[in-house]
Structures are given as structure tokens and as C-alpha cells.
Design a protein around this ligand. Structure first.
Ligand code: ADP
Ligand code: MG
Ligand code: ZN
Length: 624
């Protein structure tokens, strides 16, 4: 296996701290060794200090040797060969006096100063340590700059796994994506099947979806199912400081992949290299563009059936260079989205396989409580629960560990998903408000789905299927759009009251204002008549001249405001009316939405019409 980043070196301060630590140890050892601090003595007998004074007075002493540092005196007695040792006090003025008085031979012989020697030794060691440390820094620096100059044979920064050991069984809840990719597996396994009938195999597949939804896992599973090696690299690895490094990495990667064909090459975060070229303020990024060009060249370079499939992942398909999406490159896109309730249950099942879970814990219930969790969040959730269980010395994961784990995962997640049931209900009413108004008002695009799964900033969303022939738009359609967008706020107000309306509608209101303003100032769709009072003037970045805004008087400005207000108020009135008249359908739909988090457009319309028919029947029955 080729490593991704080579060996990880510890940061330099770790080296230095190691050197410092060893110095401290050395110092402690030296200071703590008593043998070094004590002068060697050859004296054989000892004598108390006061007796020495007496003996000097009596004239028995012939010679005294003073060691001030060691606080000792070596005394020679009359007629004796051996020295006698006397322990001195800190200061000994009376001794000196009596020696002088008795006129005894006297010498000062201090023992060598060991502490000074130790000090010097330590300093030497410090200097040595510093030199060593410096040497290491310099060596590192040299090797780094060496790398910079050897980028021609750049270090491979991709990973290769001969077998991933992951199968489709490990990937749950994204059945559609799996189905689409099953074909890729067949191709890698038995390319003859396709080549025999002259079918062109896609070279690249783009997995599009938010982080943690299983894109990498899916790619690994394809390699695992097909039994081919898995090459992976992250787009950000390509983007280096030095121009040309990324491109040479791409070359390396494809070179290795070809040697090992059939293979699967996985490029994560492809948007890091694949952004639209020439975009962005302040000029392009040479390095990134070269890398992208190299990638395109490589993809074109190998034949259709060379046995290499490239799978790339991104959550920003909108920023990708259009050249990447052309036929013969990443011409297939597979969406991998946040899992809905059922998918979450399946993912939990996968990750519960190797864990001991108490029988009373219901994965269904966990799935219910975790809207907005990605597959990675769910895997993390069960793992956290297992950690809690181990810490509490329990046999199996119980509900209390699951609860704590959910709290921990949510606290660590972006945005707060809807676990709180009061908020959830309010958001459900807001979304159903959009959906019901836009369904019941004429001329509106059909609802595609309503969801309570939070996404980015949005806590809930209502999607529409735009008209296929995006041709001209009529006034009635724009009015219907405005009413539909206001449906959310209208539901909040009608159901919960004026004081309970929320700031969640701010995006909606911006859209409404923009549309109403367009109607009045650009499209001539108000009582101000067919006059263009403004141009498309907000496209500075496309290089449009934004100074050609038509000027109008303050009076006209006030009239524009009035007309906009009229349009918006009319629409808001219509929306509120629809909400009020359909209150019981809305209540029912909200319950369904809270239950299943997603209602598909067809189901939504069916529910509405069934319910309304039922009401009408009851109504006629009651009448008749
Ligand atoms: P992405 O590449 O989309 O950011 P990953 O594939 O790296 O996400 O997912 C991270 C982890 O989350 C996986 O290793 C797996 O444990 C878990 N996971 C994500 N999606 C799924 C799924 N659909 N089924 C099972 N596990 C999943
Ligand atoms: Mg990934
Ligand atoms: Zn809304």
C-alpha cells in the first residue's frame, strides 16, 4: 500500500522539548550524585571542634589545614603521623584566633569547587543539545526544499487498496444510487459483455451529495464488489503550492491506475480542482487550472474500454467546470442525498450488526428521532453509544446510552435538526402551507415533494417540478408563485396567530419582494403600465454595465412601492384564505409529514383530493 502522506513527522517543538527533557534528567542525575560533591578524604580519626580548641591551647597541635568549602580542618598532633579531621562550624573566628595565638603552622587548602564544574558541564550539554536541535531543523529544511525541487518525480499522494473489503451490503439506504452503479460493477468485472455489443462504457461517474452520505463508501463498495484495486485521492491533494505539482500527481495517478487495470479511481472533493476555469475575482489559479487540464487530458487519453472507471465525489456540482461534465468524462451523475426515515433505519441496521444492543432498543425509534442525520452521523451515533456503554461497564447498549449519544452528535452538528416537537410542528405547518397554497392556486408548478429534513440553512423545504418548456411566464403564474411562497408565513399566522409568526420566513419574503418588484418595474405588469423602470442591474459580476439604471422621480418611486405592496398584499390574502378554508386537510397533512418527514408530490395531491372528496361526500350526506 502506498501511503497518502508519507510518514508523519512530529512537529519540531517535540524534538526540542525532548532535548530539553533529557538535559533536565542529566542535570538531576549529576546534582543528585553525592560522590561527585563530596571531596575524597583520607583522614582516619575525627575530633570535636571544642576539643580541637582545647588541644591548640595545650600546645599539642603542630599544624592545621583549613578547608573552608568542605568546612573541615585537618589537624596534625605532636608526635603523630596521622591527620585528624575536625568538623568546623560555618564561621570559626575563635579557631583562627587561637591558631594565631599559639603560633601554629597554618594553611588554607580549599577542596575543589565541584558545583562550578557541574555548572560548566551542564552548559556544555545545553550547547550540545542546541546544536543537535539546530542540526535537525536544518536537516528538515534541507529535505523539504529538496522535495520542492524534485516535484518532477512527485511523491505519490494517492492511496491504493488492493481490495477494499467493502460490499454493497455495507451501504444502506441509497438503493437508487446502488442500482445505477451496479452496472459499473458489471463493467469492471466483465467488460466483454459491453464491448461485444459495441456499447460505450462511461469513463466517469460523479457522485453528488452532502458530506457523510456515503459517497466514499459507495465507491469502495463498487471496487469491492468488482474485486478491483481502489485508487483514491482527494482533489485538495492536487492543489499544491508549486505550479505543476498537481498535474504531475495526476499523471502519476493515472500511470499507476493503468498498470493495475481494471481499476477504480476515486477522486474525492473534485470541486477543489474542477472549479470553472477563469472564474473568480482576482484572476485564475494557474496551478489548479493546469491540474484540471491534466485531468481532462488523462481522461481523454485512455480508450473507452481500458478498464479504468473514475468516480468523483462533490457536493458542489454547480461550480464544476463544464468541460468535466461533457460526454466521455463525468457524464453520469448519481445523487446521494441525506437518508430519509426508512433509509436511516437501514443504515442503523448495518452499523448495529457488530454491536451488542439491548433488545428493548428500537432502531426504528432511533431513526424517527434523527431527521437530518447523514449516514456518517448515524454510524457515529451508534459508536458514541457503544463508547458510553463501555464506560458505564454495561453489557449492551441501552436506551440511555442512545439518548446521550444523540445529544452529543446533535451538539456537534451544524444546524439543529428537528427533534423538538413544537418547532417541528411549526415548520411542518409552514411547509404544508407552501405546498397546499401552490397546489390549490391555479397556474402553479406542481409540488415535487415536501420535506422536514433540514438542509443547509433550511429547516424544511418544499420543492416544485418546474415546467418542462421553460418558456414564457405569465402574470398569473408569477402571482401564483408569490402566493405559494407566502403560503408558509400565511400558515404560521392563521394557525398559530400573529404573535407566533417566525423569522424562518425571511428568505421567502426576499423572494416575494424581488418578484413583485420585477412585475412593477421591469415587466410592466402593474397599474403603472408597460414601462421598464429598471434594468437587469444586479449582475455586476457578469460584467454588465450597472450604471444604466433608468432614473425615476421620487413620486414614481412611491408609486412603485404602492404597486408592489398591492400585489403582495393581494397574494397574501389569497394564501391566508386558502389556509383557512382547508384547515382540516392541512392538519391531516401535517400529521403525515411529521410521521414520514417526506411527502412526495403525487402522494401529496392524492391525499388532498381524497380528503376533499371525503369532506364533500360528508357534506352532501349531512345535507341530504
Ligand atoms: P462521504 O464520502 O459522502 O462524505 P463517507 O462514505 O466517507 O461519506 O461516509 C462516512 C461513514 O459513514 C462511512 O464510512 C460509513 O460508516 C457511514 N455511512 C455513510 N453513509 C452510509 C450508508 N449509506 N450506509 C452505511 N454507512 C454509511
Ligand atoms: Mg468522502
Ligand atoms: Zn418558507
Amino acid at each position: 500500500m502506498i501511503n497518502k502522506r508519507g510518514k508523519k513527522r512530529p512537529p519540531i517543538w517535540q524534538h526540542l522539548s525532548k532535548v530539553a527533557a533529557s538535559l533536565l534528567v542529566v542535570q538531576a542525575v549529576i546534582l543528585g550524585t553525592p560522590a561527585l560533591t563530596k571531596p575524597q578524604e583520607e583522614a582516619e580519626s575525627t575530633l570535636p571542634y571544642n576539643q580541637l580548641l582545647e588541644k591548640i591551647e595545650t600546645g599539642e597541635v603542630t599544624r592545621v589545614e583549613l578547608d573552608r568549602r568542605g568546612k573541615k580542618a585537618k589537624v596534625t598532633f605532636q608526635g603523630q603521623e596521622n591527620l585528624v579531621e575536625v568538623d568546623l562550624l560555618d564561621r570559626n573566628p575563635e579557631l583562627i584566633e587561637s591558631i594565631n595565638a599559639a603560633n601554629i603552622e597554618f594553611e588554607i587548602k580549599d577542596s575543589p569547587d565541584n558545583s562550578a564544574a557541574i555548572g560548566i558541564g551542564i552548559n556544555l550539554l545545553l550547547v550540545l543539545g542546541l546544536i543537535l536541535g539546530l542540526g535537525m531543523i536544518i536537516r528538515r529544511a534541507v529535505s523539504v526544499s529538496g522535495q520542492a525541487f524534485s516535484f518532477g518525480k512527485s511523491k505519490a499522494r494517492f492511496e491504493m487498496e488492493a481490495t477494499t473489503g467493502i460490499t454493497f451490503q455495507d451501504v444502506a439506504g441509497i438503493e437508487e444510487a446502488k442500482e445505477e452503479l451496479a452496472e459499473v460493477v458489471t463493467f469492471l468485472k466483465e467488460p466483454e459483455k459491453f464491448t461485444a455489443i459495441g456499447a460505450r462504457i462511461p469513463k466517469g461517474v460523479l457522485l453528488v451529495g452532502p458530506p457523510g452520505t456515503g459517497k466514499t463508501l459507495l465507491a469502495k463498495a463498487i471496487a469491492g464488489e468488482a474485486g478491483v484495486p481502489f485508487f483514491s485521492v482527494s482533489g485538495s491533494e492536487f492543489v499544491e503550492m508549486f505550479v505543476g505539482v498537481g498535474a504531475s500527481r495526476v499523471r502519476d495517478l493515472f500511470h499507476k491506475a493503468k498498470e493495475n487495470a481494471p481499476t477504480l479511481v476515486f477522486i474525492d472533493e473534485i470541486d477543489a480542482v474542477g472549479r470553472q476555469r477563469g472564474a473568480g475575482i482576482g484572476g485564475g489559479n494557474d496551478e489548479r487550472e493546469q491540474t484540471l487540464n491534466q485531468l481532462l487530458t488523462e481522461m481523454d487519453g485512455f480508450k473507452d474500454n481500458a478498464g479504468i472507471i473514475i468516480i468523483a465525489a462533490t457536493n458542489r456540482p454547480d461550480v464544476l467546470d463544464s468541460a468535466l461534465l461533457r460526454p466521455g468524462r463525468f457524464d453520469r451523475q448519481v445523487m446521494v442525498d441525506y437518508p430519509d426515515y426508512q433509509a436511516r433505519e437501514k443504515i442503523l441496521e448495518v452499523h448495529a450488526r457488530n454491536k451488542k444492543i439491548a433488545p428493548e432498543v428500537s432502531l426504528k425509534k432511533i431513526a424517527r428521532r434523527t431527521p437530518g442525520f447523514s449516514g456518517a452521523d448515524l454510524a457515529n451515533l451508534l459508536n458514541e453509544a457503544a463508547i458510553f456503554t463501555a464506560r458505564r461497564r454495561k453489557e449492551a447498549i441501552t436506551i440511555s446510552e442512545v439518548n446521550d449519544a444523540i445529544d452529543r452528535v446533535i451538539a456537534g452538528m451544524e444546524g439543529t435538526p428537528l427533534v423538538d416537537s413544537k418547532n417541528k410542528r411549526l415548520i411542518a405547518y409552514h411547509e404544508i402551507g407552501h405546498a397546499i397554497v401552490s397546489t390549490l392556486i391555479p397556474h402553479h408548478d406542481p409540488v415535487e415533494k415536501v420535506t422536514l429534513i433540514p438542509r443547509g440553512q433550511a429547516l424544511g423545504l418544499t420543492w416544485y417540478t418546474p415546467n418542462e418548456e421553460m418558456g414564457l411566464t405569465t402574470r398569473a403564474q408569477i402571482i401564483a408563485q408569490i402566493a405559494g411562497i407566502l403560503g408558509g408565513r400565511a400558515a404560521e399566522e392563521v394557525i398559530f396567530g400573529w404573535s407566533e409568526v417566525t423569522d424562518g420566513a425571511s428568505d421567502d419574503l426576499e423572494k416575494v419582494t424581488e418578484r413583485a418588484r420585477n412585475m412593477v418595474t421591469r415587466l410592466g405588469m402593474s397599474a403603472l403600465g408597460p414601462i421598464a423602470l429598471e434594468n437587469m442591474n444586479n449582475q455586476v459580476f457578469l460584467g454588465n454595465d450597472w450604471t444604466n439604471r433608468v432614473e425615476y422621480s421620487e413620486e414614481i418611486g412611491a408609486r412603485i412601492d404602492n404597486q408592489m405592496r398591492k400585489i403582495v398584499f393581494d397574494c397574501y390574502g389569497q394564501a391566508k384564505k386558502i389556509i383557512r378554508e382547508n384547515r382540516s386537510v392541512i392538519d391531516m397533512l401535517v400529521d403525515v409529514l411529521i410521521q414520514q418527514e417526506v411527502i412526495e408530490g403525487d402522494d401529496f395531491r392524492k391525499l388532498v383530493s381524497e380528503y376533499t372528496e371525503l369532506q364533500e361526500e360528508r357534506f352532501t350526506l349531512a345535507k341530504g
